[in-house]
Design a protein around this ligand. Structure first.
Ligand code: C2G
Length: 459
């Protein structure tokens, strides 16, 4: 019989400190073999830990380097602890007493021991001491402005305190009783001249290009609603400018930063459904709420919405080689567009976007072994299922989140600035070019169609 006593403990261990070390040493002293579960970044983000500085890889390495730790595993979801107790035949589960009571349910599998937490030290405190809070301003009073402000409250790396809009009265009304936004500007140069380090842009799409350009030239990092520009040349210019200025330019496609979405990409990468052959995604909206002005919808379904399906298609299948549009135009703008793209090895992307009409907003990714189903609204990814011909094998993934989902994107933006990084792995500059290719080509084809129509009419 094996009388070796196995201990297990879990944690994030961000910026590994004395408090963590003392906990781990005491856990080891309870037995012979210590297993440490380091939380995966997607799991951390889904349980509300948005402000972790170090990557999973870095945190795992730091724990592996401790000679008294015998095994390091990665904790990926809420139910894993119970599974691990059985899998590793654990004798004691040890954890700091800030969690008293929370893990009593594990007594069914093992013995749970809460150890005293070390006072006066924490990762939160170290982050505050080591990194300055980033001051940020908002440009425009668009449809996501209030959401952005509400969600920024959950991100400790960022403080939003200023707003600019060319509409003086609106700015005045907005800042009047606002709890966070104390300063209002109706002059963009003056706004950029303040001590803000970064801006979030949420205006009419056609204004993005100039506003981004000026902000980058003024040395600000930029997070902007997609599309960043409405022409290929302009997008390239902006990405080039950000690179030269050594600033972050990030599209605010919030789906790209959601924990479930990133977990989905990992599962696909691991080959869970075999070789992927096709990605299908639909996004439609009526835009009936008051916050949408009459001319909002006239920007067209492709301009407003195609970045979402394009994100999924491009993240899974890579760059598109060939794009075909089947659009439905009414009153001079596209209300509906079925966009078919070809990718490497002949794989297919099928995106459907529409405004002013409603359809099922789900997504299906098909592979040689099975498929992934993401229920509507798939772009606010919380759950997905991996399904096979044998229905008993269905795997369900669940990463619920609260609020509108913007906090994950804001946290990534703040974390990039704090770490001195200029590109996000979740949404790289080449991802941004990829997801914008569809709408930029569509605009070009519409412009040239309009030009030849006008010429005909002149003749
Ligand atoms: N800890 C401590 N003293 C501190 C700070 C942390 O004893 N001053 C302990 C915590 O109680 C925990 C471990 O160190 O047992 C790791 O702490 P965190 O990195 O903050 O991770 P946490 O969010 O507590 O992980 O599955 C994850 C676990 O449930 C909890």
């Amino acid at each position: 019989m094996n009388d070796k006593k196995t201990i297990i403990t879990y944690g994030t261990y961000d910026m590994l400190h004395k408090g963590h070390m003392r906990l781990l040493e005491r856990a080891k002293a309870l037995g012979d073999y210590l297993i440490v579960g380091v939380t995966d970044e997607n799991y951390d983000r889904s349980r509300g830990k948005l402000n972790v500085i170090e990557s999973t890889k870095k945190r795992v390495k730091a724990i592996e380097a401790l000679d008294f730790v015998d095994k390091v595993i990665v904790e990926k979801h809420k139910n894993q602890k119970a599974e691990d107790m059985v899998k590793y035949d654990v004798d004691i589960f040890a954890i700091g007493d800030d969690w008293v009571g929370a893990f009593d349910y594990l007594n069914e599998y093992t013995h749970v021991e809460y150890l005293a937490r070390t006072e006066g030290i924490s990762s939160t405190k170290l982050r505050k001491e080591n990194f300055d809070t980033i001051k940020m301003g908002i440009v425009g009073l668009g449809r996501d402005t209030q959401d952005f402000i509400d969600e920024s409250k959950f991100v400790t790396s960022i403080k939003v305190n200023r707003i600019y809009s060319d509409d003086f009265l609106k700015v005045k009304a907005f800042t009047k009783d606002n709890e966070l936004i104390k300063y209002g500007h109706d002059n963009y140069d003056e706004f950029l001249d303040t001590n803000i380090q970064a801006v979030y842009i949420d205006t009419a799409l056609k204004e993005h290009y100039l506003l981004i350009k000026k902000a980058l030239e003024a040395g600000k990092h930029v997070l902007c609603e997609n599309p960043l520009a409405l022409g290929k040349k302009e997008l390239k210019e902006l990405l080039g400018l950000a690179k030269r200025e050594k600033k972050i330019l990030l599209s605010a496609v919030k789906t790209a930063f959601l924990p479930a979405f990133n977990q989905l990409l990992k599962e696909l990468d691991n080959g869970v459904i075999g070789d992927i052959k096709e990605v299908r995604a639909t996004r439609t909206s009526l835009y009936k709420e008051k916050r949408y002005s009459d001319n909002f919808i006239q920007q067209g379904a492709t301009n407003i919405l195609s970045s979402y399906p394009s994100l999924l298609v491009n993240k899974v299948l890579g760059k598109s080689k060939n794009i075909t549009f089947f659009d439905q135009v009414e009153n001079g703008y596209d209300i509906n567009n079925l966009i078919i793209t070809k990718h490497k090895k002949g794989t297919l992307g099928i995106s459907n976007v529409a405004v002013g009409m409603k359809s099922e907003g789900d997504a299906v990714i098909s592979g040689t072994k099975g498929y992934v189903y993401i229920p509507a609204p798939w772009w606010l990814t919380k759950t997905f299922e991996v399904r096979f011909e044998d229905t008993h094998r269905t795997m369900k993934f669940n990463y619920e989140f609260e609020g509108s989902g913007l906090r994950y994107m804001i946290a990534e933006f703040g974390s990039l600035i704090q770490r001195g990084k200029r590109q996000s792995k979740m949404l790289s500059p080449s991802d941004m070019v990829g997801i914008n290719r569809v709408l930029l080509e569509y605009n070009e084809s519409r412009n040239s169609k309009n030009k030849s129509k006008n010429k005909k009419e002149e003749k």
